[in-house]
Design a protein around this ligand. Structure first.
Ligand SMILES: *[C@@H]1O[C@H](CO)[C@@H](O)[C@H](O)[C@H]1NC(C)=O
Length: 397
């Protein structure tokens, strides 16, 4: 009887130990559950992924994805209703007269195109890739890497969807003549090397992109860009991650509206996740596991609504504050008027968020296109498949 009891006790201790270990694992900033290794049933749990990922026939009608965006980029239709264009050639040798079959040839065409890839490939862009209106770049089902060259530029365009790419090691490229559209050759100055840059454009959706190491930003949205959703992306290895609004005097950016949802801000990131000016920024259910200087920064009266995010401060550093205001441009009296709200966020390891401005703003505004936040305790699972997916044709993704 006595030894039976001892066994039960040992068992209980064991069970508690396992539960504790599992608990720590789910809270661990070093998340081991990458999407590449996951082999179980479809686990698309966030409100965007649910729209298509569990459909085993997602590949038969890729354009259904055009209706899956939520947030401010909700009406970005990309190349919906246009024909498919298949990238068969990974070269980028001629930027003035691009060869049919290359990615560059596709993105400069007039009219809607849904661009897909014949096979997995690495594309080294010689110059920035100027994506025109009504284009989808859909890397689902392939491993498409954009590396060791220029990045993607959406300039004076609307309705662009970019999905499932791996973008890294983006470098500055020299200026010169470049085909900017079917019927226009531009003489451009050198490019600073953003992974994705959005310039004076609207209705943009960027989903499931893995990004790291760019000479300039990973995603910048500037010069009056708006109605943008950035979702399910995985960012690592970068200093200045995202810049929304580049100039404290550019008032047109007051109309900028950007949603960041279900992204994972991961290893070796320093700051600007994002750095905002003027506009309205809704950050919902993102996972911030690494920052060094700060996670969210701003100036010029930016409005920042942070809901249901997880912020895990670094053990070793003193920079546990999530927020940062550019003090050189505003006094305390001034920035205390900017509306920065943290609602339902999970602040771990001593992380702090300094709110300011009208804390009741959400009760006064239209909630159209604000993604409904889920509890921050679910962020680990909601962002588990962030970054480019390893989808197979004929199977749920
Ligand atoms: C952005 O979307 C809103 C509707 O949500 C619309 O009223 C506005 O005109 C759009 N802005 C641009 C530049 O497309």
């Amino acid at each position: 009887m006595e030894s039976y009891r001892t066994k039960i006790n040992v068992l209980i201790v064991l069970i508690l130990f396992v539960l504790a270990a599992v608990g720590t694992a789910t809270n661990s900033p070093r998340r081991k559950l990458g999407n590449k290794r996951y082999k179980g049933p479809c686990m698309a749990v966030n409100s965007i992924d649910k729209c298509w990922r569990c459909d085993p026939n997602w590949e038969k009608d890729r354009q259904k994805m055009a209706h899956c965006a939520l947030g401010f980029g909700i009406i970005a239709m990309g190349g919906k209703s246009g024909p498919y264009y298949i990238v068969t050639d990974n070269s980028d040798d001629d930027v003035i007269d691009p060869k049919p079959g290359t990615l560059r040839y596709g993105v400069i065409q007039k009219g809607p195109l849904w661009i897909i890839f014949a096979k997995s490939m690495r594309i080294k862009l010689r110059r920035e890739l100027i994506v025109s209106s009504h284009k989808t770049i859909d890397g689902r089902g392939r491993y498409v890497h954009i590396t060791n060259g220029a990045g993607i530029k959406i300039q004076c365009a609307s309705n662009v969807i970019i999905s499932n790419l791996r973008i890294k090691n983006i470098v500055p490229t020299p200026g010169g003549l470049l085909r900017e559209s079917d019927d226009h050759l531009g003489l451009r100055s050198g490019d600073e090397g953003d992974a994705i840059s959005i310039f004076n454009s609207h209705d943009i959706w960027i989903d499931h992109i893995s990004m790291s190491h760019a000479a300039d930003g990973l995603i910048d949205a500037v010069a009056g860009s708006t109605n943008i959703t950035i979702s399910n992306c995985h960012f690592t290895d970068h200093e200045k991650v995202m810049l929304f609004g580049a100039n404290d005097h550019y008032e047109a950016d007051k109309d900028m509206k950007i949603t960041l949802a279900y992204n994972h801000f991961g290893k070796r990131l320093d700051q600007r996740m994002p750095r905002c000016r003027f506009g309205f920024f809704h950050l919902v259910n993102n996972d911030y596991t690494h920052w060094e200087r700060y996670a969210i920064g701003g100036s010029s009266r930016a409005t920042i609504i942070s809901q249901g995010n997880r912020f895990i401060a670094n053990d070793k550093l003193l920079m546990k504050e999530v927020t940062y205001r550019e003090k050189s441009t505003a006094s305390v009296e001034e920035w205390m008027k900017w509306t920065w709200i943290s609602q339902g966020d999970d602040l771990e390891n001593g992380a702090t968020f300094t709110p300011s401005g009208d804390q009741n703003l959400l009760e006064k505004i239209d909630h159209l296109n604000l993604i409904q936040p889920e509890p921050s305790s679910k962020v680990g699972i909601l962002t588990r498949f962030s970054g480019a997916l390893a989808c197979k044709v004929g199977r749920p993704c």
